[in-house]
Design a binder for this molecule. Structure first.
Ligand code: DSN
Length: 429
């Protein structure tokens, strides 16, 4: 068990004032401590990042931006927001940062509001092959009010770039449809993104380039993935995945005019009062990310992902595109068992204390609620201190559960071994 005196005192405060809430909190803390978190978009924050959120900054309205608020009493909120902005700019090497988005989806919506008009065409990856719902899903605002066109991966197995972005085809699609905006950056893409190539495509069709680096932000911040700057006109991200900050979003640019448009789009265009307690926590997280230890954490995250992918390949699972360059991988379950679905695998693994999410693989014949794949990532396990050698053990648990087809006794046995392993790897302090 981790020892976090502040978390313990919150638990005890709730126990005396609101036992219903206390029991939910205690159960969730135990769930996180006793399971292996393999969801690629999740992480465990440090105690300073966690507890900066539980502070009196939540009491304040601070609509507007530093120095130009619509409420009195914002002097310390201005300081908090400027601290977060300055650290974000330093971290990503850019000139302008908006730290107010409540989420990555809000950051993307603000970018659309700033850069496009309803009905405008934009380009993004085929959504089922690694994209995100805010990149043009028909039921999302991005797909309802705008006109998405999509570029593909290489789908020919014999191609050396099989299941990687087909940049030539992306260029052809963009030249044909002349999008106003080209989006790159994905939710389930395990390979390096060539931002320079995308900018060349954008320049050829007079489009703006937007990079959504939500998944790889921590890698980018530490030079463990090439930066979208100076290529992208606008960069959006979440702050809670590899970046290991509080749940939230961030918008970055080097262009002053664009930064003004983006700021206006986010507030008052889209959001009201910023979550100032979360912004203070973002500042704390960005401060942590600027330290050398954060780079070594990102390196270990990548090394663990490679080790996990290799350990699964050894056990007969196909990893899409043959492996991973970043923190995540997509496992094609059909190569181990033709009948196995992502939905069943996710449920069985959860009963054994291994938390994953079902995810379509490129060209998946099964629907999104079923899928043929699982997406796995190593950011959270690496935060807990697991190393490359531990990935073989994790892959062993994974395979035992799936080979047993979710047999209750085997899942229970693995659950016990997982819990014993978790005891050796405390939550961050
Ligand atoms: N829902 C996130 C993920 O899991 O990748 C994307 O925002």
């Amino acid at each position: 068990m981790s020892h976090d005196p502040i978390a313990e005192s919150v638990q005890s405060l709730l126990s005396s004032r609101d036992p219903d809430a206390a029991s939910i909190l205690a159960a969730e803390a135990k769930r996180q401590e006793t399971t292996l978190e393999l969801i690629a978009s999740e992480n465990h924050v440090s105690a300073p990042v966690m507890h900066a959120m539980g502070t009196c900054l939540t009491n304040k309205y601070a609509e507007g931006y530093p120095g130009a608020r619509y409420y009195g009493g914002c002097v310390h909120h201005d300081d908090a927001e400027r601290l977060a902005q300055d650290r974000a700019k330093k971290l990503f090497g850019c000139k302008f940062a908006n730290v107010q988005p409540h989420s990555g989806a809000s950051a993307n919506a603000a970018a659309f509001l700033a850069l496009l008009s309803p009905g405008d065409t934009f380009a993004s990856l085929v959504l089922a092959d690694g994209g995100h719902l805010t990149h043009g899903l028909k039921v999302n605002m991005s797909g309802k009010w705008f006109n998405p066109v999509h570029y593909p991966l290489h789908y020919d197995e014999s191609h050396p770039e099989f299941e990687r972005i087909d940049y030539d085809e992306a260029e052809r699609v963009c030249l044909e449809h002349r999008p106003k905006l080209i989006m790159c950056g994905y939710s389930a893409y395990p390979r390096v993104i060539d931002f320079e190539r995308f900018r060349a495509i954008a320049d050829k069709c007079d489009a703006l380039l937007m990079a959504d680096i939500a998944h790889i932000a921590g890698l980018v911040a530490t030079g463990e993935h090439p930066s979208p700057f100076p290529h992208a006109h606008v960069v959006t991200t979440t702050t809670h995945k590899t970046l290991r900050g509080p749940r939230g979003g961030l918008i970055l640019t080097n262009d002053e005019d664009l930064s003004k448009k983006l700021n206006r789009a986010l507030f008052p265009g889209l959001q009201g009062g910023p979550l100032m307690h979360v912004i203070l926590s973002k500042a704390v997280a960005f401060g942590e990310a600027l330290k050398p230890a954060f780079k070594s954490y990102q390196k270990r995250t990548k090394a663990n992902a490679r080790a996990l992918a290799n350990a699964l390949i050894e056990r007969g699972y196909r990893i899409t595109s043959g492996g991973t360059d970043n923190h995540l991988m997509l496992v094609d379950l059909r190569t181990r068992d033709a009948e196995l679905t992502g939905a069943d695998a996710e449920t069985w693994l959860e009963s054994a204390g291994i938390i994953t999410n079902k995810n379509g693989i490129p060209q998946d014949p099964r629907p999104p609620r079923v899928t043929s794949g699982l997406r796995l990532g190593t950011p959270a396990l690496t935060t807990r201190g697991l190393k490359e050698a531990d990935m073989g053990v994790v892959a062993g648990f994974f395979d035992r559960v799936l080979a047993s087809k979710g047999d209750a006794a085997e899942c229970e046995k693995v659950r016990g071994e997982v819990a014993a392993m978790c005891e050796k790897f405390a939550m961050p302090g």
